[in-house]
Design a protein around this ligand. Sequence first.
Ligand SMILES: *[C@@H]1O[C@H](CO)[C@@H](O)[C@H](O)[C@H]1NC(C)=O
Ligand SMILES: *[C@@H]1O[C@H](CO)[C@@H](O)[C@H](O)[C@H]1NC(C)=O
Ligand SMILES: *[C@@H]1O[C@H](CO)[C@@H](O)[C@H](O)[C@H]1NC(C)=O
Length: 179
Amino acid sequence: MAHLPLIVQSVRRKRIGLAVTIWLQMCTVASWFLLTLGAIHSLHTYRPRIRSYILDFYAKRDYVKRLVYASDETCIEQVRMNRTTFFKLCEMLQILGGLKSSRNMLIDEQVAMFLHIISHHLKNRVIKHHFNRSGETVSRSFHNVLNAIIRLQDVLFKKPEPITANSTDPRWKWFKVLE
Ligand SMILES: *[C@@H]1O[C@H](CO)[C@@H](O)[C@H](O)[C@H]1NC(C)=O
Ligand SMILES: *[C@@H]1O[C@H](CO)[C@@H](O)[C@H](O)[C@H]1NC(C)=O
Ligand SMILES: *[C@@H]1O[C@H](CO)[C@@H](O)[C@H](O)[C@H]1NC(C)=O
Protein backbone atom coordinates (compact mmCIF):
# COMPACT_ATOMS: atom_id res chain seq x y z
CA MET A 1 0.00 0.00 0.00
CA ALA A 2 3.02 2.25 0.47
CA HIS A 3 3.62 2.08 -3.29
CA LEU A 4 0.25 3.52 -4.21
CA PRO A 5 1.23 7.25 -4.17
CA LEU A 6 4.26 6.45 -6.35
CA ILE A 7 2.08 4.60 -8.91
CA VAL A 8 -0.44 7.45 -8.95
CA GLN A 9 2.40 9.93 -9.49
CA SER A 10 3.91 8.02 -12.42
CA VAL A 11 0.48 7.61 -14.04
CA ARG A 12 -0.12 11.32 -13.67
CA ARG A 13 3.30 12.08 -15.20
CA LYS A 14 2.55 9.82 -18.16
CA ARG A 15 -0.78 11.53 -18.71
CA ILE A 16 0.83 14.96 -18.65
CA GLY A 17 3.48 13.75 -21.13
CA LEU A 18 0.78 12.40 -23.44
CA ALA A 19 -1.20 15.64 -23.20
CA VAL A 20 1.90 17.70 -24.07
CA THR A 21 2.69 15.46 -27.06
CA ILE A 22 -0.87 15.74 -28.38
CA TRP A 23 -0.82 19.51 -27.87
CA LEU A 24 2.46 19.89 -29.75
CA GLN A 25 1.19 17.79 -32.63
CA MET A 26 -1.99 19.84 -32.80
CA CYS A 27 0.15 23.00 -32.92
CA THR A 28 2.24 21.56 -35.76
CA VAL A 29 -0.83 20.62 -37.76
CA ALA A 30 -2.43 24.02 -37.10
CA SER A 31 0.66 25.97 -38.15
CA TRP A 32 1.11 23.82 -41.24
CA PHE A 33 -2.54 24.46 -42.10
CA LEU A 34 -2.15 28.21 -41.61
CA LEU A 35 1.03 28.29 -43.72
CA THR A 36 -0.67 26.41 -46.53
CA LEU A 37 -3.66 28.72 -46.32
CA GLY A 38 -1.35 31.76 -46.48
CA ALA A 39 0.54 30.36 -49.46
CA ILE A 40 -2.67 29.62 -51.34
CA HIS A 41 -4.00 33.05 -50.47
CA SER A 42 -0.89 34.89 -51.69
CA LEU A 43 -0.83 32.78 -54.84
CA HIS A 44 -4.38 33.82 -55.61
CA THR A 45 -3.76 37.46 -54.75
CA TYR A 46 -0.57 37.86 -56.77
CA ARG A 47 -1.30 35.72 -59.77
CA PRO A 48 -3.16 38.39 -61.79
CA ARG A 49 -0.40 40.92 -61.15
CA ILE A 50 2.37 38.59 -62.21
CA ARG A 51 0.41 37.72 -65.32
CA SER A 52 -0.15 41.28 -66.44
CA TYR A 53 3.51 42.01 -65.75
CA ILE A 54 4.72 39.11 -67.84
CA LEU A 55 2.33 39.78 -70.72
CA ASP A 56 4.66 40.78 -73.52
CA PHE A 57 7.11 42.00 -70.88
CA TYR A 58 10.21 40.42 -72.37
CA ALA A 59 9.47 41.55 -75.92
CA LYS A 60 9.24 45.12 -74.64
CA ARG A 61 12.35 44.80 -72.47
CA ASP A 62 14.21 43.62 -75.51
CA TYR A 63 13.94 47.01 -77.16
CA VAL A 64 15.22 48.80 -74.04
CA LYS A 65 18.10 46.33 -73.86
CA ARG A 66 19.09 47.02 -77.44
CA LEU A 67 18.69 50.75 -77.00
CA VAL A 68 20.59 51.19 -73.76
CA TYR A 69 22.36 48.14 -72.42
CA ALA A 70 23.88 46.68 -75.60
CA SER A 71 26.97 48.90 -75.62
CA ASP A 72 28.17 52.32 -74.51
CA GLU A 73 28.35 53.32 -78.16
CA THR A 74 24.65 52.74 -78.95
CA CYS A 75 23.69 54.10 -75.55
CA ILE A 76 25.50 57.39 -76.23
CA GLU A 77 23.99 57.56 -79.71
CA GLN A 78 20.45 56.85 -78.58
CA VAL A 79 20.14 58.54 -75.17
CA ARG A 80 23.22 60.81 -75.29
CA MET A 81 24.96 59.37 -72.22
CA ASN A 82 26.94 56.24 -71.38
CA ARG A 83 25.50 53.30 -69.47
CA THR A 84 27.11 54.25 -66.15
CA THR A 85 25.64 57.72 -66.30
CA PHE A 86 22.27 56.36 -67.39
CA PHE A 87 22.23 53.98 -64.44
CA LYS A 88 23.18 56.76 -62.02
CA LEU A 89 20.47 59.02 -63.42
CA CYS A 90 17.87 56.27 -62.98
CA GLU A 91 18.99 55.80 -59.38
CA MET A 92 18.85 59.52 -58.62
CA LEU A 93 15.41 59.86 -60.20
CA GLN A 94 14.18 56.95 -58.12
CA ILE A 95 15.73 57.86 -54.76
CA LEU A 96 15.65 61.67 -54.85
CA GLY A 97 12.98 62.36 -57.47
CA GLY A 98 10.50 59.74 -56.28
CA LEU A 99 10.08 58.14 -59.71
CA LYS A 100 8.33 54.78 -59.41
CA SER A 101 8.06 51.82 -61.73
CA SER A 102 4.51 51.43 -62.92
CA ARG A 103 2.61 48.18 -63.10
CA ASN A 104 4.13 47.15 -66.40
CA MET A 105 6.97 49.55 -66.98
CA LEU A 106 10.23 49.66 -65.04
CA ILE A 107 12.03 52.88 -64.20
CA ASP A 108 14.83 52.42 -66.72
CA GLU A 109 12.39 52.02 -69.61
CA GLN A 110 10.61 55.24 -68.66
CA VAL A 111 13.91 57.12 -68.39
CA ALA A 112 15.20 55.63 -71.67
CA MET A 113 12.00 56.68 -73.41
CA PHE A 114 12.24 60.20 -71.99
CA LEU A 115 15.90 60.65 -72.95
CA HIS A 116 15.32 59.18 -76.39
CA ILE A 117 12.53 61.69 -76.98
CA ILE A 118 14.41 64.77 -75.83
CA SER A 119 17.73 63.83 -77.41
CA HIS A 120 16.31 63.22 -80.88
CA HIS A 121 13.25 65.43 -80.69
CA LEU A 122 10.96 62.48 -81.44
CA LYS A 123 7.20 62.56 -81.60
CA ASN A 124 4.89 60.51 -79.43
CA ARG A 125 3.74 58.60 -82.51
CA VAL A 126 7.27 57.46 -83.37
CA ILE A 127 8.05 56.44 -79.79
CA LYS A 128 4.82 54.57 -79.31
CA HIS A 129 5.64 52.46 -82.34
CA HIS A 130 9.26 51.80 -81.28
CA PHE A 131 8.46 50.89 -77.69
CA ASN A 132 5.22 49.12 -78.58
CA ARG A 133 3.24 51.16 -76.03
CA SER A 134 0.05 53.14 -76.31
CA GLY A 135 0.33 56.88 -76.89
CA GLU A 136 -1.24 57.45 -73.50
CA THR A 137 1.40 55.33 -71.75
CA VAL A 138 4.20 57.17 -73.54
CA SER A 139 2.74 60.54 -72.57
CA ARG A 140 2.14 59.52 -68.96
CA SER A 141 5.63 58.15 -68.40
CA PHE A 142 7.21 61.16 -70.13
CA HIS A 143 5.44 63.44 -67.67
CA ASN A 144 6.35 61.24 -64.72
CA VAL A 145 10.04 61.42 -65.58
CA LEU A 146 9.80 65.15 -66.31
CA ASN A 147 8.25 65.75 -62.88
CA ALA A 148 10.99 63.72 -61.20
CA ILE A 149 13.64 65.73 -63.06
CA ILE A 150 12.03 69.00 -62.02
CA ARG A 151 12.06 67.79 -58.42
CA LEU A 152 15.81 67.20 -58.84
CA GLN A 153 16.55 70.63 -60.27
CA ASP A 154 18.77 71.70 -57.38
CA VAL A 155 21.02 68.69 -58.00
CA LEU A 156 20.91 68.40 -61.78
CA PHE A 157 20.74 71.92 -63.13
CA LYS A 158 24.03 73.70 -63.37
CA LYS A 159 23.73 77.31 -62.33
CA PRO A 160 25.42 79.62 -64.82
CA GLU A 161 28.19 81.79 -63.47
CA PRO A 162 28.65 85.13 -65.21
CA ILE A 163 32.01 85.62 -66.87
CA THR A 164 33.88 88.67 -65.75
CA ALA A 165 35.52 90.97 -68.28
CA ASN A 166 39.02 90.10 -67.03
CA SER A 167 38.51 86.34 -67.47
CA THR A 168 41.68 84.48 -68.49
CA ASP A 169 39.79 81.56 -70.10
CA PRO A 170 41.22 81.33 -73.69
CA ARG A 171 37.76 80.49 -75.07
CA TRP A 172 36.44 83.80 -73.83
CA LYS A 173 38.81 85.99 -75.86
CA TRP A 174 36.69 85.50 -79.02
CA PHE A 175 33.77 87.20 -77.34
CA LYS A 176 35.66 90.14 -75.94
CA VAL A 177 34.68 93.53 -77.19
CA LEU A 178 37.60 95.09 -79.01
CA GLU A 179 38.50 98.50 -77.75
C1 LIG B 1 30.54 57.94 -68.65
O1 LIG B 1 30.30 59.31 -68.74
C2 LIG B 1 30.72 60.06 -67.62
C3 LIG B 1 30.26 61.50 -67.79
O2 LIG B 1 30.31 61.92 -69.11
C4 LIG B 1 32.25 59.94 -67.47
O3 LIG B 1 32.67 60.65 -66.34
C5 LIG B 1 32.60 58.48 -67.35
O4 LIG B 1 34.01 58.31 -67.30
C6 LIG B 1 32.03 57.66 -68.50
N1 LIG B 1 32.25 56.26 -68.26
C7 LIG B 1 32.70 55.42 -69.20
C8 LIG B 1 32.88 54.02 -68.79
O5 LIG B 1 32.93 55.80 -70.35
C1 LIG C 1 3.31 44.72 -79.47
O1 LIG C 1 2.44 44.29 -78.41
C2 LIG C 1 1.34 43.53 -78.83
C3 LIG C 1 0.50 43.21 -77.61
O2 LIG C 1 0.72 44.10 -76.56
C4 LIG C 1 1.80 42.26 -79.55
O3 LIG C 1 0.70 41.54 -80.02
C5 LIG C 1 2.73 42.64 -80.71
O4 LIG C 1 3.26 41.47 -81.30
C6 LIG C 1 3.87 43.53 -80.22
N1 LIG C 1 4.65 43.96 -81.37
C7 LIG C 1 5.99 43.96 -81.37
C8 LIG C 1 6.64 44.46 -82.62
O5 LIG C 1 6.65 43.58 -80.43
C1 LIG D 1 38.32 90.27 -62.19
O1 LIG D 1 37.50 91.36 -61.88
C2 LIG D 1 36.68 91.18 -60.76
C3 LIG D 1 35.80 92.41 -60.59
O2 LIG D 1 35.18 92.71 -61.80
C4 LIG D 1 37.53 90.94 -59.52
O3 LIG D 1 36.71 90.73 -58.39
C5 LIG D 1 38.44 89.74 -59.76
O4 LIG D 1 39.32 89.58 -58.68
C6 LIG D 1 39.23 89.93 -61.04
N1 LIG D 1 39.97 88.71 -61.32
C7 LIG D 1 41.19 88.68 -61.77
C8 LIG D 1 41.80 87.33 -62.05
O5 LIG D 1 41.82 89.69 -61.95
